[in-house]
Design a protein around this ligand. Structure first.
Ligand code: FAD
Length: 306
């Protein structure tokens, strides 16, 4: 099922069908709080008022035309300006994808770096940061090079490591130095068995191994999971390791476990919510469905009730 939904996430005909289908839209709204910059700003303000932080993602993947890439960059620059004008930058940063910044274009690494630097500079100017999301294994090295290059001028730029990949403990060791902001997630992509753990127990075990490396390091681990087993284990490790307060944070995707976000925030942890917005919600939404059968049931009920 997971593999099927991940494949459908790349299918344009299914996407067109879903785009014109209002009942599906209601379920999408649970995970994607809006399409416009105004929607994103309003969501961040609501989260701030609830004591939560945000990282905002303008949806859009697989950008294969320079105009699409430029439109992405322009939207991020507007978003950052708006976050600054609304005095929200102490509570919100942005998340970007290398593929949306032009990694897939000819001379893609140079193009993506130029665009990432523009966004990092705009974020820096309003007092906030950027995290570079991680995509599938074919782009891991290029994305880590992009992160390293951005950190030369903007050291607070964050990166993402996916625990499911066999290579990740080594990447965690390399990226656990002072100032290194690393979001650790399981990994959302359907990866080859030769490169990645495939079962839930193996992925959880790998996640915990990577988390221990990051927590023993001197960086700022961003613990991105909704998994109660991992959250409880992380809370246990945090009690054992000697780390300054606020040198870590929990992260969750918008709409998945709002009560858990508030529970963690109430006991003093920084909790950052990943807020996706924009019209290009389809691939993101399909990955959320692939992750949890209950989300698929939600969509099924909405379709039956229409
Ligand atoms: P899952 O494997 O989805 O769930 C594990 C268990 O958690 C389930 O069995 C269930 O018991 C429990 N659970 C899940 N949802 C609920 C619920 N609503 N209520 C109660 N229990 C629940 N992936 C990438 O590849 N690249 C990225 O850049 C990236 N960025 C991310 C940023 C953030 C902030 C987060 C949270 C995730 C990101 N991901 C990214 C996605 C990530 O890799 C996983 O695909 C996704 O988070 C699902 O894994 P999980 O650990 O949350 O738990």
């Amino acid at each position: 099922m997971n593999r099927l939904l991940n494949a459908l996430a790349k299918n344009d005909r299914v996407k067109e069908f879903a785009l014109g289908f209002p009942p599906a839209r209601a379920v999408v709204d649970r995970f994607v709080p809006g399409e416009t910059t105004d929607d994103a700003i309003a969501t961040v303000a609501r989260l701030r008022d609830a004591g939560l932080y945000a990282t905002v993602d303008h949806l859009g993947e697989y950008a294969d035309r320079p105009e699409a890439v430029e439109a992405q960059v322009a939207e991020y620059l507007t978003l950052l300006e708006r976050l600054g004008a609304a005095s929200l930058t102490s509570h919100a940063e942005v998340s970007v994808k290398a593929s949306a910044l032009g990694l897939g274009l000819p001379d893609g690494e140079r193009v993506a770096l130029e665009n990432a630097r523009r966004i990092c500079a705009a974020a820096d100017a309003v007092g906030t940061t950027v995290t570079i999301d991680m995509e599938d294994h074919r782009d891991t090295d290029a994305t880590l090079r992009l992160l390293a290059a951005c950190r030369e001028d903007f050291p607070a730029t964050g990166g993402v490591l996916q625990a499911m990949l066999h290579r990740t403990p080594e990447d965690c060791r390399r990226l656990s130095g002072p100032g290194s902001r690393i979001r650790l997630c399981k990994g959302a992509y359907d990866e080859p068995a030769s490169l990645a753990h495939a079962t839930t127990p193996a992925i959880r075990q790998a996640y915990l191994r990577c988390l221990r490396i990051l927590l023993r390091g001197e960086g700022h681990p961003m613990i991105a999971t909704h998994d109660p087993v991992l959250i409880e284990a992380a809370l246990g490790y945090l009690e054992l390791v000697d780390r300054p307060p606020n040198a870590h944070e929990f992260q969750m995707l918008y709409g998945v476990r709002p009560a858990e976000e508030r529970r963690l925030a109430a006991v003093g942890h920084r909790v950052r919510v990943y807020v996706p917005y924009g019209t290009d919600w389809y691939g993101y939404f399909m990955r959320r469905l692939a992750e949890k059968p209950a989300n698929l049931a939600l969509l099924g009920r909405a379709l039956v009730a229409r």
